[in-house]
Design a binder for this molecule. Structure first.
Ligand SMILES: C[S@@+](CC[C@H](N)C(=O)[O-])C[C@H]1O[C@@H](n2cnc3c(N)ncnc32)[C@H](O)[C@@H]1O
Length: 246
């Protein structure tokens, strides 16, 4: 589906996409947004997206097609209590909050409150801020604190991990005990711009190169972890769903 008129960049020969996706055509991605995401998307999701696009680190935001996928997933599994690690300006957070029932709860962790506060007025406007318990700080020590309390184990129906990729394995070792048996964990960016399947000497973007090894090791670990059933999907930058089975 690649359009030869679109400029190539140095990421595995993929065209110069202004969004994170494995699709090789901006036109095809736009088609998906126009025929599925935008017309049905809540107005506030569009607002938070437009606000985020002006931020210098906007490459970090969850893409709209993935936000829509998360929303559908949360409704399908009837999630009520969720955990998010890596909030940024809150696109995935707002997608989750809108999908949860009125009494639903999200524990949201990020080292940077400023990013969260950029999106907060839009989350408030959407009428779902009451579902969010935002905690600022590094996620690992916070998770360790939670795990000290036996009552906090197995409490989450859904966990979305979208923070520092070099710590994904450390997150997994903790959230596996925090999600309930039968619950889901979603790890974002597990295809890491497609680099996980690239030859070792492939030219890669600067932000991709240093973390590729961590993402590959993490994917191998998940593949052999008998506590979970996994499904890796080429949505956005790749999301691996892990269903806790024991
Ligand atoms: C890819 S962005 C999250 C994107 C977000 N899910 C969205 O939909 O826009 C990663 C976030 O993880 C946060 N982060 C990085 N390291 C962290 C850590 N050790 N603990 C908690 N948050 C961290 C960053 O501050 C950043 O906001």
């Amino acid at each position: 589906m690649a359009n030869e008129d679109e400029p190539k960049n140095h990421l595995l020969g993929i065209r110069n996409l202004s969004h994170k996706t494995l699709l090789q055509s901006d036109a095809l991605y736009q088609y998906i947004l126009e025929t599925s995401v935008y017309p049905r998307e809540h107005k506030c999701l569009k607002e938070i997206r437009e606000m985020t696009e002006k931020h210098p680190r906007n490459i970090m935001a969850t893409p709209p097609d993935e936000g829509q996928f998360l929303s559908m997933l949360i409704k399908l599994i009837n999630a009520k209590n969720t955990l998010e690690i890596g909030v940024y300006t809150g696109y995935s957070l707002l997608s989750t909050a809108l999908a949860l029932p009125p009494a639903g709860k999200i524990l949201a962790l990020d080292v940077n409150r400023e990013y969260y506060e950029l999106g907060l007025p839009i989350i408030e406007k959407a009428g779902v801020a009451h579902k969010i318990d935002f905690r600022e700080g590094p996620a690992l020590p916070f998770l360790d604190e939670l795990l000290k309390d036996e009552n906090k184990k197995g409490q989450f129906d859904f966990v979305f991990v979208d923070a520092d990729k070099n710590n994904y394995l450390n997150y997994h070792k903790r959230v596996i005990d925090l999600v309930k048996v039968g619950g889901l964990i979603g790890y974002d960016n597990t295809l890491w711009a497609g680099s996980v399947a690239a030859p070792p000497d492939a030219p890669l973007m600067d932000y991709v190169k240093p973390l590729r090894g961590y993402v590959m090791e993490f994917n191998k670990y998940l593949a052999q972890d008998s506590r979970i059933e996994i499904c890796q999907l080429p949505v956005g930058d790749g999301i691996t769903l892990c269903r806790r089975i024991i």
